[in-house]
Design a protein around this ligand. Structure first.
Ligand code: NAI
Ligand code: MG
Length: 349
């Protein structure tokens, strides 16, 4: 029987609840489709930081490297550890050291879920560049604290990174409806974004079967609200993708449904799957958290591991239970507990 080595990092707050719950249907789907999850749990979290002075041990990255994939809940407990410490001590090093350059987030409404829009027929796959661009961290401040203070933050766009993220988008578009939206602001940002447009055009010449549309970030932000059904694969820079995927999460019914995959398509390192939401200290420990985003991440993980049938089956099971409000957690109007939802999905499998 195939076996996949999965590193579990439940993290903080509801991260621990949603991972524990999601594993119930994930194991069920794996068993049904003839493979096994060989799980190793790492307790790296803000508690670990308070106990040891580090979010993860020095050899943390090397330990993760041995796994086929990482499933992460959420990291952060702002009342006790500054977010800058928890983020830079765990999540960002994993993304950077494994060069997980694709951040992929699906946005669609599950059956029975009513988002804030009056329409439901959309199915968007946002692909965000995850390593550079506006979040490169190149910059500095001078004359600090004086009236002449200056802050500079430089966006970095390399041909390697722009081309590989767009290429991943074109490949996804080919697998879906053959439509790709490239997001820029090339009217105002005449170096980086004009460059992005040029690379898009170069790849479009190679992928003649994909229909390419160009949008400016402001226009596509509005379009995701007014005409989401016109979009399919959307490729955007780090900052633009960050913003668009929050809109995506909102229109699909909220953070309880927003899944995210951090992928290095070249392989050789573990990709990381994590719900978009954080540790939700306001509801942690009460069984109120919606596990569907994390279950959806599990489907993304199966797909990435080459288990597309199990992924599709898992999502079919999720879609079969969301039509009954009794199966939903309070964030979407139900009264079910985190583990109840997960068990229902497993039963549906
Ligand atoms: P959050 O995503 O944890 O919570 C925002 C709101 O959404 C809260 O009202 C929460 O109850 C609700 N919510 C989130 N996920 C939910 C779910 N699955 N089911 C039902 N309701 C849910 O964002 P917040 O409060 O800004 O951040 C809390 C902590 O999480 C911070 O330390 C932050 O840095 C961290 N964080 C970590 C992320 C990660 O690990 N990738 C992502 C976002 C935030
Ligand atoms: Mg964001």
């Amino acid at each position: 029987m195939d076996s996949y080595s999965i590193a579990l990092i439940p993290g903080d707050g509801i991260g621990t609840e949603v991972v524990e719950a999601a594993l119930v249907p994930l194991r069920a789907a794996a068993g049904k489709h003839g493979f096994q999850l060989d799980e190793t749990t790492y307790d790296w979290s803000c508690d670990t930081y308070l106990r040891t002075g580090a979010m993860m041990p020095d050899d943390g990255i090397d330990r993760l490297r041995a796994h086929d994939a990482i499933l992460l809940g959420a990291v952060g407990w702002p009342a006790r550890v500054p977010d800058s410490v928890s983020l830079h001590g765990l999540l960002l090093p994993i993304r950077k050291r494994f060069d997980l350059y694709v951040n992929m987030r699906p946005h669609r409404l599950l059956p029975g879920i009513t988002g804030p829009l009056r329409k439901s027929a959309f199915d968007i796959l946002c692909i965000r560049e995850n390593t550079e661009g506006e979040y490169s961290g190149a910059g500095g401040r001078v004359h600090i604290g004086t009236p002449n203070e200056v802050a500079v933050e430089t966006s970095i766009f390399t041909r390697t990174a722009v081309e590989r993220i767009l290429r991943f988008g074109f490949e996804q578009a080919r697998k879906r409806t053959g439509r790709l939206a490239s997001v820029t602001k090339s009217n105002a940002q005449k170096y980086s974004m004009v460059f992005w447009d040029e690379v898009t055009d170069q790849l479009a010449a190679e992928y003649t079967d994909v229909q390419v549309s160009r949008y400016h970030i402001d226009a596509i932000a509005a379009r995701m609200i007014t005409h989401p059904e016109t979009l399919d694969v959307v490729v955007a820079s780090n900052l633009f993708g960050d913003i668009l995927t929050d809109i995506g999460a909102a229109i699909q019914g909220g953070l309880g449904f927003a899944a995210s995959a951090n992928i290095n398509p070249a392989g050789g390192v573990p990709s990381m799957f994590e719900p978009v939401h954080g540790s939700a200290p306001d509801i942690a420990g009460k069984g109120l958290s919606n596990p569907i985003a994390t279950i959806w991440c599990g489907a993304q993980m199966f797909e990435h591991l080459g288990k597309a049938d199990a992924a599709a089956d898992l999502m079919r099971a999720v879609a079969s239970i969301t039509t009954d409000a009794a199966n939903l957690t309070p964030d979407c109007g139900g009264g079910a507990k985190t583990m109840d939802v997960a068990k229902k999905v497993a039963d549906a499998l």
